[in-house]
Design a protein around this ligand. Structure first.
Ligand SMILES: [Zn+2]
Length: 330
């Protein structure tokens, strides 16, 4: 019996302990065999024999249970150690995406005009001279072509300098009335604080029978649009020049940075120029074969709007892909 208790004590893992349990306490184990001898013990000694054996069994059980609980807690400790988290390790960072401010602003602009039943049209980025210039009252050698520094291809095609060629394409392919916007990327050879070689415009065009749409409609719709975009701002229409509209007007809002008091952003004028518009020049209608119609058009610089809405000082940061800027728009 002594060697059995030593065997239990020396056991080092639960599997081994289980086979020891079977060996000692099992149905065909050592103790069962000992109890089997009881039959052949003389009656006078039976009681003592049985008591002795039961005592030994209890003692062994006690040692066994103690060993079992020690090994179990050791195993648990081992398991916890192996599953422990090293909190000093870097985890996998979960980042949340955000819509780019230019795309977000573009969507907002599109939503407004779609709600007024404007169709959303699109056209190719590579245009021909007719659609980009000639049909828009910019004949060859017209000095106003200089206003737009153009990227030309060897075959005389070009990267569109504005979204206005989509107007031309739409008018060439459909009848009046037309209510459309053309959002998209445009390209010019220019790079500084407020210019990048690629930027986005939303062009708008409304054409109907002569006399149906007027400058007053243009003024009303753009004033409402600017209130939708910028809230409670003052809106001012200022005479200007664009080859494709006559009369032409540039539209200003009271400065969103200083509420019109005058600051560095508005060059201390209290006003910010936000878009160009006008009544469509009759030469444009002539170029696409329209007669007895009238209409108005406007062009919105999407980046300009995004900068004003989010108070971004340098246009170029919108295209640098710096995650620190983009993360601010989550
Ligand atoms: Zn200002």
């Amino acid at each position: 019996m002594e060697e059995l208790s030593i065997k239990i004590e020396n056991c080092t893992n639960l599997d081994e302990l289980e086979s020891i349990r079977v060996e000692i306490f099992g149905k065909k184990g050592i103790l069962a065999a000992e109890f089997g001898k009881l039959k052949s013990v003389p009656p006078a000694e039976k009681k003592d024999f049985a008591k002795n054996l039961n005592d030994k069994k209890s003692a062994l059980m006690e040692i066994f249970e103690a060993k079992k609980s020690t090994l179990e807690s050791q195993a648990l400790e081992q398991q916890l150690k192996s599953e422990a988290l090293d909190v000093s390790l870097y985890g996998y960072e979960q980042t949340k995406g955000a819509i780019h401010p230019v795309k977000d602003t573009m969507d907002k602009i599109i939503d407004y005009f779609v709600s007024l039943n404007f169709a959303v049209e699109s056209g190719p980025l590579v245009e021909n001279d007719f659609n980009n210039f000639e049909a828009l009252n910019l004949p060859k050698n017209h000095p106003a072509r200089e206003m737009q520094d153009t990227f030309f291809f060897a075959d005389k095609n070009l990267l569109r300098t504005h979204t206005s060629p989509v107007q031309v394409r739409t008018m060439l392919n459909s009848d009046i009335p037309i209510r459309m916007i053309a959002p998209g990327a445009v390209f010019r050879r220019d790079y500084d604080l407020t210019h990048t070689p690629m930027f986005h415009q939303v062009e708008g065009l409304v054409v109907d029978k002569s006399g149906v749409v007027s400058f007053a409609n243009l003024k009303a719709i753009l004033t409402d649009f600017l209130h939708y975009m910028f809230g409670d701002v003052e809106v001012r229409f200022r005479p200007s020049f664009f080859p494709f509209t006559e009369p032409s007007t540039e539209v200003d809002i009271s400065c969103v940075f200083c509420d019109g008091d005058g600051c560095r952003v508005c060059s201390h004028t209290g006003w910010l120029e936000v878009l160009g518009s006008g009544v469509v020049d009759s030469n444009v209608f002539k170029a696409v074969g329209y007669e007895n119609v009238s209409g108005y058009a406007f062009g919105i610089g999407v980046e300009r709007f995004a900068m004003l809405l989010h108070k971004i000082p340098d246009l170029r940061t919108l295209f640098e892909g710096d995650i620190r800027l983009l993360e601010q728009f989550k």
